[in-house]
Design a protein around this ligand. Structure first.
Ligand code: 13P
Ligand code: ZN
Ligand code: NA
Length: 284
């Protein structure tokens, strides 16, 4: 069933688990996320970044909506890293049930102003809003972007930001980066900072850059307010790694129904593992 993300995250927040939010960029990944969610009886979010929306085209969202409406588990369709009111309007027109406005690169005052504008627009049509304070890191190859240096979220700023904007959920910077940590190794997450933010902010928190972290640290985050974990790279790399292997071993293969299944299964294994790790299995 298709839901507003706020209602979905309230349940996770109150019950100490996190809902996986997976970036899809074609119908294969939509199937991967929905099948995994149903097999694990886990709620899940399908998120689509503006670059991914450019790739699939606006009409694709109608297919995603129909697919989500027919699931047995709760689902939401979320705009990942919208960068302008224009991105947000495009998402709402297409039928997303949730949007992110990422003005984290702007000044504190400008971030508040643009986020408030988005909240006014989105709440009128029952669409939930995520915003970001502080900046998560970036790694090469990820379309989600990020900053070269991580600016950790300040807990008092976070409290003020949430009060002034009226957002439904806040993305925090506690040490993760988008993509794989090729050079620096897996980061240490600032779990103390997360706990402090969670004390001061009374809405569900979001962790970006969910791939390639220490499992034992991820398993701590949902005990301190993280109710949504964004995951892209680990799922996509499993898919394409298996596809590369398959094509190398089957040089003449050209039928999608022959090539796709093993790649799809490899991605599903990752997604299902994440659902266990995020403690969202059997929560639907
Ligand atoms: P990863 O690519 O590290 O999983 O991050 C995904 C993300 O934060 C999308 O917004
Ligand atoms: Zn992100
Ligand atoms: Na990451």
């Amino acid at each position: 069933m298709l839901m507003n993300m706020k209602e979905l995250l309230e349940v996770a927040y109150k019950n100490n688990f996190a809902v996986g939010s997976f970036n899809v960029a074609n119908s294969e990944f939509v199937r991967v996320v929905i099948e995994s969610a149903e097999e694990k009886k886990a709620p899940a979010i399908i998120q689509i970044h503006p670059n991914e929306l450019d790739l699939v085209g606006d009409d694709f969202i109608a297919y995603v909506r129909e697919s989500c409406k027919n699931t047995k588990v709760p689902m939401a369709i979320h705009l990942d890293h919208g960068s302008s009111v224009k991105d947000v309007m495009r998402a709402i027109r297409n039928g997303y049930t949730s949007v992110m406005i990422d003005a984290s690169h702007a000044s504190f005052a400008d971030n508040i102003a643009i986020t408030k504008e988005v909240v006014n627009i989105a709440h009128d049509v029952n669409v939930s809003v995520e915003a970001e304070l502080g900046t998560i890191g970036s790694n090469e190859g990820s379309s989600e972007g990020g900053a070269d240096e991580i600016l950790y979220t300040d807990a008092d700023d976070a409290k003020r930001f949430v009060e002034e904007t009226g957002i439904d959920t806040l993305a925090v910077a506690i040490g993760t980066s988008h993509g794989q940590y090729k050079h620096a190794g897996k980061p240490e997450l600032k779990l103390d900072l997360l706990a402090e933010i969670n004390q001061k902010v009374e809405i569900p928190l979001v962790l970006h850059g969910g791939s390639d972290n220490k499992d034992e640290e991820i398993a701590q985050t949902y005990l301190h307010g993280i109710a949504k974990i964004n995951l892209s790279t680990d799922m996509k790399s499993a898919f394409f790694q298996e596809m590369r292997r398959f094509l190398k071993d089957n040089q003449g293969a050209y039928e999608p129904d022959v090539i796709m299944p093993s790649a799809r299964n490899a991605a599903k294994e990752v997604v299902k593992h994440k659902m266990d790790l995020f403690n969202s299995t059997n929560k639907a």
